[in-house]
Structure formats: structure tokens, C-alpha cells
Write a protein that binds this ligand. Structure first.
Ligand code: CP
Length: 322
């Protein structure tokens, strides 16, 4: 008998959002459809909706963030939740309090949802297991906002929302993910989402030192030559070099990397004429992407950020119903 993933209830409802791996296709579509209903309310002049009124959402960011933390805060406020941004640097974790003791104290303050970013892969999973066993059982939800190199499910979902918005049907696409796949939680979440949604050709492009083994088993084609890998693709997702997660020298230099794997107008010309360019941010211009591409007509990078609000609203509102 297959073991149930702790992010789903026995009835298949979303209890936590920890990873896209194993998330049923119907659930991904439900999140994207719910997000579509919120895109209108993401406009500045549209009023809030009361779906999380009386609920407290705690943002626990143990690692830096601009886009994810801020869009979760905006999303929670648009759903009428009370939002608490715990300042990790001034919290009691800096006095030696354990992660789970911090969680117990926040549950005692009637937290309803934790949005967790952590440098350690598995930290949100650990918190979810802990609240399911303890005082938070049944009412506290955990959302993974990026853990180590493991998963970044809401980024994966907002990437799928963006692709669906610009391209429609997933089942006719060629999608290329370029760069430091080895250290990228976004790449892992995108690969699981794209293959679950039926994208027939998912490509990964990068130097051998930055491509993990075993991708072929996930149904992914690996290219070490960028020009070859970009040929005819409909979507290109460019990744940042995750130097903070690299151990040892994996690349000759940033300049050499840009020459081989930087997305330039000249290389992009090999993709389909209407290919869109995505990047989860933060971007390193002149390292993985040329400014003319990042700011060019094919770039949907800032659309991704805006859609992130609606997607995070969708995830939180679906969790609140379980
Ligand atoms: N894409 C992303 O996770 O960006 P932040 O690190 O700014 O949240």
C-alpha cells in the first residue's frame, strides 16, 4: 500500500504545502484555477476578501527573501488574515531556542499558518510533522517557502500559472530550464510540476558540474550545449548561480559561465519565435542573463512576481478549507 504524503489528508485535501512532488495533477489545476479567480483582486484598487478573517499567518524566514516573503504578506492581507513577520535575527532562536520550541510558542499564540523558509532541506516537513502530533494538530497549516535545495512549491506553482497564462495548453510545450540545477529548489519543483501537468518535453541545460544525476528517470532531457538545448523551445526558465550553496569550485569563472550559459539575445534567437523568458529571481545580470533579454519583449519575469500574489492567496485559501 502506498504511503500517504503528510501534506494531504486521508480524503486527499491539502493539509500542508511542502512539495510539488507527488501532488496530484487535479490539485495543481485546482490551485491554478483558484489563483485565476484572485488575479482580479491582486489589482491595487480591489478590496480584500474575507476568506482568512480571524486567522493568523506567521512568516518564518530563516533565510533571506524579497519576493516570496513580501508576496505572502500581501496575499495573506488580501485574504484578511493577521500577518506576523517574525524577525529571526531578534527572536529567541538567536539565544539557542530550538526550532520546534519556537513553533510550540507560536502555536500557543494561536498561529493558524506558518510560511517557512529555511536553509535546511526538510525543515518545513519537520514542522508539519510536529504540529500534526502536538497542540497544532488539525488546525495549523505549514507552507514551504523554500527549503535548502529541496523544494520551493509556491514558486513552482506561480511558474506554472505564468506558463499557462502565456501559453495555454501544457501538453504541446517544450520547456528548458537553464543553469545551476544541482543547487536549485526551484528547478526541482518546476520539473515535478511540468511533468505532472503533461509537458511532453522538459529539458535541462547546464555544465556537467551543475546538473544532478538521475534527471532522465524524471523524464527530463539533459543538454550540456546551450545552443542545442534551446533549439525550438517555447519557454526558457533561467536559474541563478546559487553560489551560497556551492562547495568548492564548480565553475572556471562567472565570465566563462556567461559565455557558455548566459541567456543572450543571440542564443534566444534559437528558441521558438514566441518563446517566453522566465527567472525566479533574484537575477544576476551579466552572469546567467543579459539585460537586453531580462528587460526585453519576451521577458515575463515581473509577471511571475505579480502572479505570485494570486497563487499564494490560492494556496492559503485552499489550506484554510481543509
Ligand atoms: N524566487 C524567490 O524565492 O525569490 P526570493 O528569494 O526573493 O523570495
Amino acid at each position: 500500500m502506498a504511503l500517504r504524503h503528510p501534506q494531504l489528508t486521508e480524503r486527499g485535501e491539502l493539509r500542508h504545502l511542502l512539495t510539488i512532488e507527488g501532488l496530484p495533477r487535479e490539485m495543481i489545476h485546482r490551485i491554478l484555477d483558484t489563483a485565476a479567480s484572485f488575479v482580479g483582486v491582486s489589482d491595487r484598487d480591489v478590496k480584500k476578501v474575507p476568506l482568512l478573517r480571524g486567522k493568523s499567518v506567521f512568516n518564518l524566514f530563516f533565510e533571506n527573501s524579497t519576493r516570496t516573503r513580501t508576496t505572502f504578506e500581501i496575499a495573506a492581507k488580501r485574504l484578511s488574515a493577521d500577518v506576523v513577520n517574525l524577525n529571526i535575527n531578534t527572536s529567541s532562536t538567536s539565544k539557542g531556542e530550538s526550532l520546534l520550541d519556537t513553533i510550540d510558542n507560536l502555536v500557543a499564540m494561536h498561529a493558524d499558518m506558518f510560511v517557512v523558509r529555511h536553509a535546511e532541506s526538510g525543515a518545513p516537513f519537520l514542522i508539519a510533522q510536529h504540529v500534526d502530533r502536538g497542540r497544532g494538530r488539525g488546525h495549523v497549516h505549514v507552507i514551504n517557502a523554500g527549503d535548502g535545495r529541496h523544494a520551493h512549491p509556491t514558486q513552482g506553482l506561480l511558474d506554472m500559472y505564468t506558463i499557462r497564462h502565456f501559453k495555454g495548453d501544457f501538453t504541446r510545450l517544450r520547456v528548458a530550464i537553464v543553469g545551476d540545477v544541482l543547487h536549485s529548489r526551484v528547478a526541482r519543483s518546476d520539473i515535478h510540476a511540468l511533468t505532472t501537468l503533461g509537458v511532453p518535453e522538459v529539458r535541462v541545460i547546464g555544465p556537467r558540474t551543475l546538473i544532478p544525476g538521475g534527471l532522465e528517470q524524471l523524464g527530463v532531457r539533459v543538454f550540456n550545449d546551450m545552443r542545442e538545448g534551446l533549439r525550438g523551445v517555447d519557454v526558457v526558465i533561467t536559474l541563478r548561480l546559487q553560489s551560497e550553496r556551492m562547495r568548492g569550485a564548480l565553475l572556471p569563472s562567472a565570465q566563462e559561465y556567461f559565455k557558455q550559459y548566459g541567456l543572450t539575445q543571440e542564443k534566444l534567437a534559437l528558441a521558438a519565435p514566441d518563446c517566453i523568458v522566465m527567472h525566479p529571481g533574484p537575477m544576476n545580470r551579466g552572469v546567467e542573463i543579459e539585460s537586453a533579454v531580462a528587460d526585453g519583449p519576451r521577458s515575463v519575469i515581473l509577471d511571475q512576481v505579480t502572479f505570485g500574489i494570486a497563487v499564494r492567496m490560492a494556496v492559503m485559501s485552499i489550506l484554510a478549507q481543509s
